[in-house]
Design a protein around this ligand. Structure first.
Ligand code: MLT
Length: 404
């Protein structure tokens, strides 16, 4: 009889956003008259920009003509998109990344979950706490996390890097040596950032110990401050210790279109093998590429019009973030993030847990949020609000919260 992957049975409950969706569906069924305002999952609401729509139309037309039709894409993605990323995301910031170090994918969620397949079964994994749950759950599924302790809300074999308000939610260097360190800046969920100098410390640390940093830069487009790095490859020595994840979801509104990339420098080797070659082998075997029309849409994001239009859309969401920050702060809440990130991290009223605060806003204001404890034990006592709503919904959410 098949022996199933027992590691799946160790996972507590469902994926965080599935649990929230279920709770919200139950609430809606019980209160059909209540309109809900969704400041929970970080899903965009504004339409794709005109430059992207034009590229999609043109690519669809190409697909309808035998002379310009495209079948399977190249394993690593089309050269036109990899080159555009190498130029605009990296060369323009002084980062030494070539087009053949870019692997195009269907998004950073799948890449961040799949990447662990190229790490050995006993690799020690370090994660921030709180953390985007995909890094944790995907390693737990692979058996690297040990067992889950319901009392502490932690996995026995993971190394946790607590992120506290006192240090601006920047993680502390671990006391146990990790093999892989997941970092995400601007951070999901706290909206915190690190400066270039602070990130350099992590790069130096990883190079010193032989650890690999998986750097999730999904929210880099939201950076407004000059000393915050947009890529880990802005740091000296990152080519020998870092992998970077990139996403079009939040930058250009592609959550429904699906497009991302993983950057693996050829200088990154462990045990005499390049991680680039392992990921190429993995993707060649298991992934057939992002659709041609979507890669053309991604290329359009880097056109002059595309850059202006997506920057305007990011600014729109950042204005929402400011409204949430100022609104919550004006009501007496302690708030973090929302300056270089589309997430605002709010301290729950004294004595209220994250889930109690979540229920309070859902039941009394019809506002959906994300409880901080869903991201890890150090998220307890906080709530995440997303700035990806429409302006009017965000305004109304703030009005309703003010009235509860
Ligand atoms: C979030 O709300 O944390 C994100 O939308 C999740 C994701 O990007 O997968």
């Amino acid at each position: 009889m098949l022996d199933i992957n027992q590691n799946f049975l160790k996972l507590p409950g469902n994926y965080l956003f599935s649990t929230i969706a279920q709770k919200v569906a139950e609430f809606s069924a019980a209160h059909p008259q209540q309109t809900l305002l969704r400041l929970g999952i970080g899903d965009v609401t504004q339409p794709l920009v005109p430059a992207v729509i034009d590229a999609l139309h043109a690519a669809v037309t190409e697909m309808g003509d035998a002379a310009t039709f495209h079948g399977y894409p190249p394993d690593q993605g089309y050269e036109f998109l990899r080159s555009a990323m190498a130029e605009h995301d990296f060369a323009s910031r002084g980062c030494d990344i070539s087009a053949d170090e870019v692997f195009i994918s269907d998004g950073a969620k799948s890449d961040s979950g799949n990447l662990q397949e190229i790490f050995g079964p006993t690799a020690r994994i370090a994660v921030c706490d709180p953390v985007y749950p995909v890094y944790v759950d995907s390693n737990a599924m692979a058996g690297r996390a040990g067992t889950f302790n319901e009392n502490t809300g932690t996995w026995t074999d993971l190394i946790y890097l607590p992120c506290r308000a006192a240090t601006g939610f920047a993680p502390e260097l671990p006391t146990v040596t990790p093999d892989v360190i997941y970092l995400c800046f601007p951070n999901n969920p706290t909206g915190a950032t690190v400066t270039r100098d602070e990130l350099q410390r992590w790069v130096d640390y990883a190079n010193r110990l032989g650890a690999v940093i998986v750097y999730d830069a999904a929210y880099e487009a939201f950076i407004t401050e000059a000393d915050v790095p947009h890529s880990i490859f802005e740091c000296d020595g990152a080519r020998t210790c870092a992998i970077e994840l990139r996403s079009f979801s939040k930058t250009a509104g592609f959550t429904g279109l699906r497009l991302g990339a993983t950057i693996i420098p050829r200088d990154l080797t462990r045990g005499g093998v390049t991680l680039h070659s392992l990921w190429a082998r993995r993707q060649g075997t298991k992934f057939n590429g992002a659709p041609y029309i979507v890669q053309r849409a991604g290329e359009a994001v880097y056109s002059e019009a595309g850059r202006q239009q997506t920057a305007a859309q990011v600014a729109y969401y950042l204005d929402n973030a400011t409204m949430i920050r100022e609104g919550m702060s004006g009501l007496g809440y302690e708030v973090f993030g929302g300056i270089n990130a589309p997430y605002v991290w709010v301290t729950a009223p004294a004595g209220m847990t994250s889930w109690a605060f979540f229920n309070h806003l859902l039941e009394n204001a019809g506002v959906v949020s994300t409880p901080g404890s869903g991201f890890g034990p150090h998220g307890e006592g906080y709530l995440r609000l997303t700035a990806f709503g429409a302006r009017e919904s965000t305004e109304e959410a703030m009005t309703r919260i003010a009235n509860v």
